[in-house]
Write a protein that binds this ligand. Structure first.
Ligand code: ADP
Length: 460
């Protein structure tokens, strides 16, 4: 069974159940026909018994036929399809009289047969159904009337029926198997299409899709699911390619700038001031490169690593204050005012290290995109079963059309309008990835030139 093709397996399974069903149906048909034939013969014999009992008379220990001549004439002239054979015997079974249709033959008397019960007997070589009716004078049995009918025709009909059913059975099964195989083949045709499509799909050719079968059945659903899966794989590979090309571009740019600056620097002798300026510039670029590499590593590291989370009870108040103090130098440079509004001590179950990366990225953005003397406020509140942290600034804000793109890797909103604000376009991608990992709901609301609000909600 294991080696059979799917098509043959479906056909075989179908055939096993059908074979059992047909077998039962054939047995029932045979039993019904046999039963009906027996009933018919039994009834005919009973009718004959009733008729002939009316035509006899018992006198002085002897059976007399009323109007014997007439009876014999009728018996002789009657043409019956299955004639009844009648024979009278005395109480010891010795022949007294018999119907003319018996000619030279003689019905057997079976002393062991129970009176008035139908049984199968023999008339020479012919099978007959027979009854032995006792004849009484007063209460004494003086003989028997034996009535028999040939069942040769019935036996022949039953034998023929048996033969037909036995021959028809394997033929019907063979035809059914071929039909089932054909239908199964047609039904699973989409599977061949799936196999064909799967075979032509390679990493470089992800465009092919399985053509959907017309019937909206399980195979339609399977084809649709595989097509959706291919869409997702194609998107993922496309994103991966985009990421690789963006990353190499981002990595090459500062290197090219450093190389260019250093080449210009060594072309001729410079004064102290010039050297310092160019080297400071290069150090800045190296720092940018460092940050970029760190962020790229961070992105790669935390892709789907839920199993390596170190969950613990974290005090949000302490974590926020710690991050604010760690960033105090950049906050002070821009003379930004930070206000923390925590009604009480808030605790959540999370990975402290990863969550601090999230808050740090959001805070550095808030500082970066705030104007001098700006205001950044931190609030933590509780709503129903949620703990909600908000980091809001009154900086340059984000254009509405850019809001949905800011989580894309390397995307920087209106970077040309603010060339003085440096960045990699990876910060919010990291925030998003970590929030997904930590199961934190992340939302950003922003209005250009008004400010930006980042909302993080933990569900208990
Ligand atoms: P970047 O390194 O450019 O800051 P991010 O991924 O952190 O990269 O942010 C993506 C873009 O989202 C930024 O280029 C910026 O345009 C916008 N952005 C993020 N945070 C803020 C904010 N607090 N205020 C204004 N714009 C922001």
């Amino acid at each position: 069974m294991q080696q059979l093709s799917f098509k043959n397996r479906i056909a075989s399974n179908y055939l096993i159940s059908t074979a059992l069903l047909i077998f039962v149906v054939f047995c029932v048909i045979y039993a019904i026909v046999r039963f009906s034939i027996n009933i018919k013969v039994n009834n005919d014999i009973k009718i004959e018994v009733a008729r002939h009992l009316r035509e006899i008379e018992v006198k002085e220990n002897c059976v007399l036929l009323i109007r014997e001549k007439q009876w014999k004439k009728i018996q002789f002239n009657k043409v019956e399809i299955s004639p009844a054979f009648i024979q009278f015997v005395d109480e010891l079974g010795a022949l007294v009289d018999k119907s003319p249709n018996l000619k030279q033959k003689k019905l057997n008397y079976y002393p062991e047969a129970i009176n008035n019960v139908l049984f199968d007997g023999k008339l020479e070589n012919t099978s007959v159904r027979q009854i032995q009716v006792p004849l009484y004078q007063n209460t004494k049995i003086i003989g028997f009337m034996i009535i028999a009918m040939s069942v040769e025709d019935s036996v022949m009909v039953l034998n023929n029926l048996f033969f037909i059913l036995v021959v028809a059975y394997p033929l019907i099964l063979l035809v059914l198997f071929l039909i089932a195989r054909f239908i199964a083949g047609r039904s699973i045709k989409p599977i061949s299409s799936i196999i064909h499509t799967a075979n032509i799909i390679t990493k470089d050719n992800l465009k092919s899709r399985i053509s959907l079968p017309q019937n909206k059945d399980e195979l339609h659903l399977l084809s649709m699911t595989i097509n959706n899966l291919l869409d997702r794989v194609e998107n993922a590979i496309e994103r991966e390619k985009q990421f690789t090309s963006d990353a190499s571009h981002e990595l090459r740019t500062p290197l090219a700038v450093i190389k260019g600056t250093l080449e210009v620097l060594i072309r001729k002798p410079r004064n102290q001031e010039e050297y310092k300026e160019k080297i400071d510039f290069c150090i800045n670029e190296v720092n940018r490169l460092n940050l970029l590499v760190d962020e790229l590593l961070l992105l790669a590291r935390f892709e789907n690593q839920r199993q390596s989370l170190k969950l613990e009870n974290v005090s949000l108040n302490a974590l926020f204050l710690d991050i604010i103090s760690r960033n105090s130098s950049i906050i002070n440079v821009k003379k930004i005012q930070c206000e923390a509004m925590f009604a009480k001590d808030f605790h959540v179950q999370t990975d402290a290290y990863l969550f601090s990366i999230v808050v740090n990225n959001i805070l550095t953005n808030a500082v970066k995109y705030s104007k001098t003397n700006g205001l950044i406020s931190f609030t933590i509140t509780e709503e129903n079963d949620k703990t909600i942290c908000t980091i809001a600034d009154n900086g340059i804000g984000i254009a509405t059309e850019d809001l949905k793109k800011i989580f894309d890797q390397f995307y920087r909103s209106k970077a040309n309008e603010h060339p003085e604000i440096k960045g990699t376009g990876l910060g919010l991608s990291i925030v998003k990835r970590l929030c997904t990992l930590l199961q934190i709901d992340l939302r950003i609301e922003s209005q250009e030139n008004v400010g930006t609000k980042v909302i993080l909600s933990f569900t208990k």
